[in-house]
Write a protein that binds this ligand. Structure first.
Ligand SMILES: C[S@@+](CC[C@H](N)C(=O)[O-])C[C@H]1O[C@@H](n2cnc3c(N)ncnc32)[C@H](O)[C@@H]1O
Length: 296
């Protein structure tokens, strides 16, 4: 035996790596022992989404709807099967289609009856393999009466609380959804818009379980040669009401068809006006206080 061999043989045996069980997250269904298999769950704060999912009844038809990938990521990340998701600006129903596909119950609020009706039909024509329940409320999310409707919807589903709130309001007056004065796209000033949005947060967050999440999806606007940061203003409305900020995601925003055709004109305007053309919107991930931290 030469000396090198002796050294190798005498080296103390390394303790075998014990496979310790990873901590599981109580608010989603991820198996963190196999976290490498979660490749389709995004964890970066910059989302470049090359194309919208148009599977099933998802469609880009409703002007101002979001890509299904947005609620899908949020639902998977912040809820478990059997949980309740509430969307207070239902529009074409994208969130409830996604929650149904993933086995979560859904409550949707939409101000405009005909829009709510179409969303309902769309959701009902999707397979409901987990047998979840959906309740669609036609009403004003900013009015205090909506709290009673939410309570009734929860009773119907047989639950006491909401597990995730998703808010995708009008980006103030960028797209006019109706002539209804309660429509957030008709609020006269940015302050009025923010006040109403704050009420929507109060109404929907009341039944949100402690420690759970509220997501705001919104873009900014440009008026009278000024950038109006609707994103940060609405984020503040949630933070003023005790929510803590967990993340800001920046998502790329492809211009609408009309704007795409005017790409060069916009570039010229930007060069003249000294501004940058909007190419992004935000997702604010906000957490309701844990029960043990709530003021007694
Ligand atoms: C940006 S869109 C939401 C689109 C939706 N995420 C989708 O994928 O179809 C905003 C929606 O909020 C509705 N809305 C506006 N003001 C409202 C209010 N006070 N209460 C409830 N819904 C309102 C509009 O009619 C519109 O359908």
């Amino acid at each position: 035996m030469d000396s090198d061999e002796k050294t190798i043989r005498e080296e103390p045996e390394k303790p075998s790596k014990k496979k310790t069980k990873r901590k599981q997250n109580p608010i989603n269904d991820f198996d963190l022992d196999n976290w490498k298999s979660l490749a389709d769950i995004w964890t970066d704060s910059l989302w470049l989404i090359p194309s919208r999912d148009k599977s099933g009844t998802h469609t880009a038809e409703y002007h101002g709807n979001f890509v299904p990938q947005i609620p899908r990521q949020m639902i998977q990340r912040y809820t478990k099967k059997g949980d309740v998701v509430l969307d207070a600006f239902l529009g074409s129903g994208t969130t409830l289609i996604e929650s149904q596909r993933h086995g979560r119950h859904g409550i949707g609020i939409e101000l405009l009856p005909e829009v709510a009706q179409k969303a309902k039909a769309r959701i009902e024509s999707e397979p409901n393999q987990y047998g979840v329940q959906n309740r669609i409320i036609v009403g004003d999310s900013a009015s205090v009466e909506i709290k009673r409707d939410i309570q009734e919807a929860l009773c119907h589903i047989g639950r006491e609380a909401i597990d995730l709130v998703i808010l995708h309001p009008p980006y103030h007056d960028i797209i006019k959804f109706s002539d209804n004065s309660n429509d957030l796209s008709n609020k006269k000033t940015v302050e009025d818009f923010c006040d109403s949005f704050g009420k929507v947060i109060e109404n929907t967050a009341e039944k949100l379980r402690a420690g759970r999440f509220l997501i705001i999806v919104i873009g900014d606007k440009y008026t009278d040669s000024e950038w109006i940061p609707l994103g940060f203003l609405t984020m503040q409305e949630a933070m003023k009401r005790g929510f803590s900020l967990k993340s800001i995601v920046v998502k790329d925003m492809q211009g609408n068809r009309a704007k795409q055709n005017q790409e060069q004109l916009w570039r010229y305007r930007a060069l003249v006006g000294g501004f940058y053309i909007f190419k992004h919107e935000y997702l604010f991930v906000l957490k309701k206080q844990d029960e043990d931290r709530a003021p007694k």
